[in-house]
Design a protein around this ligand. Structure first.
Ligand SMILES: [Fe+2]
Length: 266
């Protein structure tokens, strides 16, 4: 089975990338299941309900979110009705939504687990992801060999450590959040596909998908300025993984950095 894991979709440029490139890419490469980072879509900060709906119609199967999961109030109200949007599984239990779900892909079941790292975030955690990973992954793997672990985390070391902890126990460990793709994709010794960060879908000649001018101004003046979306040099970035049909472990990994034409809206 071929699975496409996409980086953070950033703003309207990210949506344009998906709209213009995803269906063709998936058809040409035989991709059956697509996951993407969704928390930077609506104006770059959070995920609004309407944006989520349209992206799920464009061929994305699951959107995962991290520390910005509930920046848009309508996501708080609607996430319980949307099983294809995952918040971090290690958020407090009383938080709306879920962070682990199974999805049907043909005759198979794929379990997606989404967790938030600890370093650099102020979100209240109930559970250290390194402590709950054992039981969560064990349960998932007893039900299906296809287990995809999305680790929304800032520090490289934290993501690498999670990759090694779960090697040989899940199909994929893929990091998100920094919006900068790392060139370290590999198949770990136990058969797990790994990448520290999937990168972004959106403008690459930018500061995190935003127009550099305002970002530089913030650093030079300390005056808060609204970030402006950039549309320069859009790319679809992510990782294409082929999984063995029996074991669920990785057969091949390929980093994707696909230039995509996206028109600038009026
Ligand atoms: Fe994030």
């Amino acid at each position: 089975m071929k699975v496409l894991l996409l980086g953070e979709l950033v703003g309207r440029c990210g949506t344009g990338v998906i709209k213009n490139a995803l269906k063709n890419f998936n058809a040409e490469n035989g991709v059956e299941f697509t996951i993407a980072g969704g928390e930077c879509i609506t104006g770059g900060f959070g995920l609004g309900f309407q944006n989520a709906q349209s992206l799920l119609h464009m061929g994305i199967d699951v959107l995962t979110m991290g520390e910005k999961a509930f920046y848009k109030p309508d996501m708080v109200e609607s996430i319980d009705k949307r099983d294809r949007i995952l918040r971090p599984a290690n958020f407090p239990e009383s938080t709306p939504g879920r962070g682990i779900r199974q999805f049907r892909v043909g005759e198979r079941r794929v379990c997606v687990i989404n967790m938030l790292g600890m370093m650099g975030f102020s979100n209240p955690h109930l559970n250290n992801p390194f402590l709950i990973a054992d039981s969560v992954v064990g349960r998932a793997r007893s039900e299906t060999p296809f287990v995809i672990f999305i680790f929304h985390a800032q520090a490289t070391a934290e993501k690498k450590a999670m990759g090694r902890l779960l090697d040989g126990r899940v199909s994929v460990v893929a990091g998100l959040h920094t919006k900068a793709q790392t060139a370290d994709s590999c198949i770990l010794p136990g058969g797990t596909a790994y990448i520290t960060d999937l990168g972004r879908c959106g403008s690459t000649m930018s500061v995190g998908g935003f127009d550099p001018e305002n970002e530089i101004r913030k650093y030079r003046t300390s005056i808060p300025v609204r970030s402006r979306e950039s549309f320069e040099s859009p790319q679809m970035q992510g990782l294409l993984v082929e999984l063995d049909e029996q074991s669920g472990f990785a057969v091949s990994v390929r980093e994707i950095r696909l230039p995509v034409e996206v028109g600038v809206p009026d």
